[in-house]
Design a protein around this ligand. Structure first.
Ligand code: ZN
Length: 162
């Protein structure tokens, strides 16, 4: 099987059966994302255990690439620390925009490198990662929970890829 076919199958599978899709009770952090180029909408909710992403789920409506990307992302960052998740964001961003970037060690996320061939869809694939980055920086998930001034379930301002 061609690598490109393999990548396409991963995207199709995750679009058809998105992992970690649905509401998340008692989330510690959340953020909303919108990609006006395509109309993709996404709400991301996280449960944090200290600095670690204990659980993550998403809801929303978007094209196949945005849905598959969010599904792949939630699988990839669950159990990771904030820093690890943001580092992964950097790797995926490279995969989407840099023809020289390699994703062999990124597991199924490597399938996103197929999106490189469709520059107009890069924002569809990166939307969930921008939204994650915003959720991880929301006040409710700051390092000083004792002095937190906002409710734990607060939603940070919507993210736009524009
Ligand atoms: Zn899209």
């Amino acid at each position: 099987m061609e690598l490109n076919e393999l990548y396409r199958d991963v995207i199709l599978d995750h679009n058809r059966r998105p992992r970690n899709f649905g509401p998340l009770e008692a989330a510690d952090a959340s953020a909303e994302g919108f990609n006006p180029m395509c109309g993709d909408r996404l709400t991301l909710r996280l449960k944090l255990a200290g600095d670690r992403i204990e659980d993550i789920r998403f809801e929303g409506q978007g094209c196949a690439i945005s849905t598959a990307s969010a599904s792949l992302m939630t699988e990839a960052v669950k159990g990771k620390t904030r820093a690890e998740a943001l580092r992964l964001f950097g790797r995926v961003h490279g995969l989407l925009t840099d023809d020289a970037a390699l994703g062999e060690d990124l597991g199924k996320l490597a399938a996103l490198s197929g999106v490189r061939e469709f520059p107009a869809r890069v924002k569809c694939a990166s939307l969930c990662w921008h939204t994650l980055s915003s959720a991880l920086q929301s006040p409710a998930s700051s390092t000083s929970p004792a002095s937190s001034t906002s409710p734990a379930s607060s939603t940070s301002p919507a993210v736009s890829t524009e």
